[in-house]
Design a protein around this ligand. Structure first.
Ligand code: GLC
Length: 749
């Protein structure tokens, strides 16, 4: 039996931060160049470096600003010819020839679009994240983009929040691993690689905890929770060498991140040693006036710069207000110099002074076959099989006809998902196209959308679709969300399928033919009824350019689903917030509670017991975190711990056997959860600490090993100290966050 050893991801992260590459931390040659350049700069030129504008098309006008030295960075210019023209002005016509840093939101692909990050997280495969970011960087840098505002690594536990689509879900550890991988993918092995794009972990910090899941809303995260839940992914990204950070829109406990000295200086700079640049979010500096945190643009600039912001995105207060603030001594020149150093450092590390121009011929790299293949692999691994009653999937040769139905079956634009500025919908391969290509020669493909788009309430096409579907052996219903229904500012108070999609699924189920429901969405939806009505359910999030071929391969068994839920799926929106790493409370649910419809009449006040649950929804979600099925089955056994008593500097080795007990080769995402039973503060009932993908042939069994340094059980405790507290721990090796055999171990002094 082969053993399968996993080097701990934590160890990998620490290794990454130690790699000494030219331009890495403390590169004295670069530091000398920075000082030499800084010493020549006028105040106006320094403030110009701290100013980022969004391209507004007028090349002449922007060239004038660049020539004056008033622009340090431009976002949203993606034509390499125009990029070179603007860069030429900076390098050859401005007084000091400092190159401009060209930026764009390249979140899950530039031209070749990968699954949305929430979908990539469902793969539990950092290689998917790294490869997607690498392809995105190769394509974006061909257009002259050398800075992306990604990865978005806001831990998000509220699917009402539209931006849950952009992140890696609810878990701190999964987000940390996937975010660090994206940083590596974007930045390559060295920022000076012409295909490298500076990463920008965002939104620093706590943005995903917006009250009520309503975007831009306030957050109220105490420091301990900030440090135990929301900061670790950013620390991992910093350790992975992220070149830049972006401040978040939210005010946390009354302090907008863009004016928050604690996170920008105490944590990011002093504790983590970050030496890159910090940029605001879009006008998040001037929005401090709307927050009521700054009275006027002058106070905006003062609070942002004094808090540690280096570059202002589009709101222009730095250029306009800092001269007076310097004169009045409200901002010190030393603070300006430090900001400019951070900006120049990234420009030097990117090699912009030596190679400021992009080779315009590189645009041939867009949509390269290898890029499309990588996007397809990512889409395959991002899909989650939620249900497969009677093993209807994969579709067998006995299926001679399928009905392809639903508004997402042929939706090339919406299949790409949110934050797609440069992807071309004409390149999207839809499920309808892919199914016709894959099986059209031997399976009759009947296509009847039923609805024109996801919000379509016009049911006139539903009966027609049901009638057509009744002629098929199997119905493939593609439903979900248009791209616009998730992403920034796109929050929902109701997570049921929009439009008449629920009626469509109900009508299809009434035909008596088996319904395979495929969901393309930017978030978990409350699809409990549709699951009941379906024989199988495949959740694809928004799968990107190659989502069609990926889904066709999965439906016909050329690929086997391996995705796991990166976020808890609520039964109903009223359960939110609902996530697996919750506290136990003093009265945890027993899961035997009497639910609403079973409560006897005139029930006594305390007759139902007093535990923490919902009478109409119970306690458990529709699907827990880490859940996903395969076409095969896996058995976990023989879980062993290297010791049941460990010290703080020990490494716990966990081994277990994993067997493929089914009839398809498949990949299981095995997960390791730990619980700190008693702490100086209450601790979550479970926390993910390791995961790995294991591919097994039918009947194959492997011994799998997790190595967990006990130091990784540290948390910020009652004394606001990050430490491992001795005591009893529980551990599970499991296929998801609700299963697994419980094991115990102790940490001593
Ligand atoms: C947006 C987003 C941010 C993005 C920036 C630039 O408002 O919040 O994620 O990178 O502006 O487009």
């Amino acid at each position: 039996m082969k053993t399968f050893n996993i080097l701990s991801i934590g160890l990998l992260l620490s290794l990454v931060s130690c790699t000494q590459v030219p331009g890495g931390k403390g590169d004295s040659a670069i530091e000398q160049k920075i000082e030499a350049l800084l010493s020549k700069m006028t105040l106006e030129e320094k403030l110009g470096q701290m100013n980022q504008i969004s391209s507004y098309g007028n090349i002449e006008d922007m060239s004038g600003l660049i020539k004056k030295g008033e622009v340090g960075s431009i976002l949203n210019e993606v034509d390499p010819v125009r990029v070179n023209a603007l860069q030429r002005v900076a390098v050859e016509e401005s007084r000091l020839g400092i190159p401009v840093l060209m930026a764009r939101d390249v979140i899950h692909g530039f031209k070749t679009i990968f699954p949305i990050p929430l979908g990539q997280a469902a793969s539990f495969n950092p290689q998917v994240a790294e490869e997607g970011a690498r392809v995105a960087a190769i394509e974006a840098s061909a257009a002259g983009i050398r800075w992306t505002f990604a990865p978005m690594i806001d831990v998000a536990r509220d699917p009402r929040w539209g931006r849950i689509a952009e992140g890696c879900g609810e878990d701190t550890y999964l987000t940390s691993v996937m975010g660090a991988a994206m940083v590596k993918g974007f930045q390559s092995d060295s920022l000076s690689d012409p295909t490298a794009v500076a990463a920008c972990p965002k939104h620093f910090v706590g943005y995903g905890a917006a009250e009520g899941g309503r975007d831009y809303n306030s957050t109220f995260i105490p420091e301990r929770r900030l440090r135990n839940v929301y900061l670790p992914p950013f620390e991992a990204a910093a350790k992975a060498g992220a070149a830049t950070f972006m401040t978040s829109f939210n005010d946390n406990d009354g302090v907008p991140s863009t004016g928050n000295t604690f996170i920008l200086k105490d944590v990011l700079r002093k504790e983590w040693g970050f030496d890159g640049l910090v940029v605001t979010d879009w006008a998040s500096a001037s929005e401090m006036m709307s927050h009521g945190f700054a009275a006027d643009p002058k106070e905006v600039a003062m609070k942002a710069v004094n808090a540690g912001v280096d570059m202002e995105m589009v709101s222009y207060t730095f250029v306009r207000e800092l001269p007076a603030l310097l004169k009045e001594g409200k901002v010190k020149e030393a603070a300006i110099d430090e900001a400019v150093r951070n900006i120049l450092r990234i420009k030097f590390r990117l090699g912009l002074f030596d190679n400021p121009y992009v080779d315009e011929k590189r645009m041939e790299v867009l949509y390269a076959p290898s890029h499309l293949e990588a996007a397809k692999r990512a889409a395959v691994e991002s899909a989650i099989l939620l249900k497969n009653a009677e093993g209807i999937l994969p579709l067998s040769a006995s299926v001679k006809s399928v009905a392809v139905v639903g508004p997402m079956a042929s939706a090339p634009y919406d299949q790409l998902g949110t934050w797609v500025f440069d992807g071309d919908k004409t390149k999207t391969v839809t499920p309808l196209t892919a199914i016709r290509e894959l099986v059209g020669d031997r399976v009759q493909v009947i296509y009847e959308p039923g609805l024109a788009y996801s919000r379509d309430k016009d049911q006139s096409g539903v009966a027609k679709a049901a009638t057509a579907a009744a002629r098929a052996d199997v119905i493939l219903a593609f439903v979900g969300e248009e791209a616009i229904l998730s992403g920034e500012a796109h929050c929902l108070a109701d997570l049921n399928l929009q439009g008449a999609q629920r009626e469509l699924i109900a009508a299809l189920a009434k035909t008596g033919k088996p319904v395979v429901t495929v969901v393309m969405a930017g978030r978990p939806l409350t699809i409990g009824e549709e699951v009941e009505r379906s024989a199988a359910v495949l959740y694809a999030f928004h799968p990107g350019t190659m989502g069609g071929p990926a889904l066709a391969d999965l439906l016909w068994g050329k690929a086997v689903p391996s995705g796991k839920t990166p976020v808890t799926f609520p039964k109903m929106v009223g359960q939110i917030p609902v996530y697996y790493a919750h506290n136990n409370t003093g009265r945890p649910a027993t899961r035997n509670e009497v639910l609403l419809n079973d409560i006897p009449l005139e029930a006594g006040q305390t007759s139902l017991g007093c535990t923490s649950f919902y009478m109409d929804a119970g306690f458990d979600p529709l699907y827990p975190f880490g859940y996903g099925l395969s076409y095969t089955t896996f058995e976990y056994s023989n879980v062993k711990l290297s010791s049941s008593t460990l010290k703080k500097d020990d490494v716990l080795t966990v081994t277990f056997d994993l067997e493929n007990t089914g009839s398809y080769e498949g990949t299981e995402v095995a997960q390791l959860y730990v619980r700190d039973k008693v702490g100086s503060v209450t601790r979550p009932v479970k926390e993910l600490k390791r995961f790995t993908r294991v591919t097994l042939r039918p009947g194959e069994k492997k011994t799998v090993t997790f190595e967990l340094p006990i130091s990784e059980l540290a948390f910020w405790n009652i004394d606001r100290v990050k430490t491992v507290e001795p005591g009893d721990f529980l551990l599970w090796v499991a296929p998801d966050s609700q299963s697994g055999e419980e094991m115990a171990f102790e940490v001593i002094g």
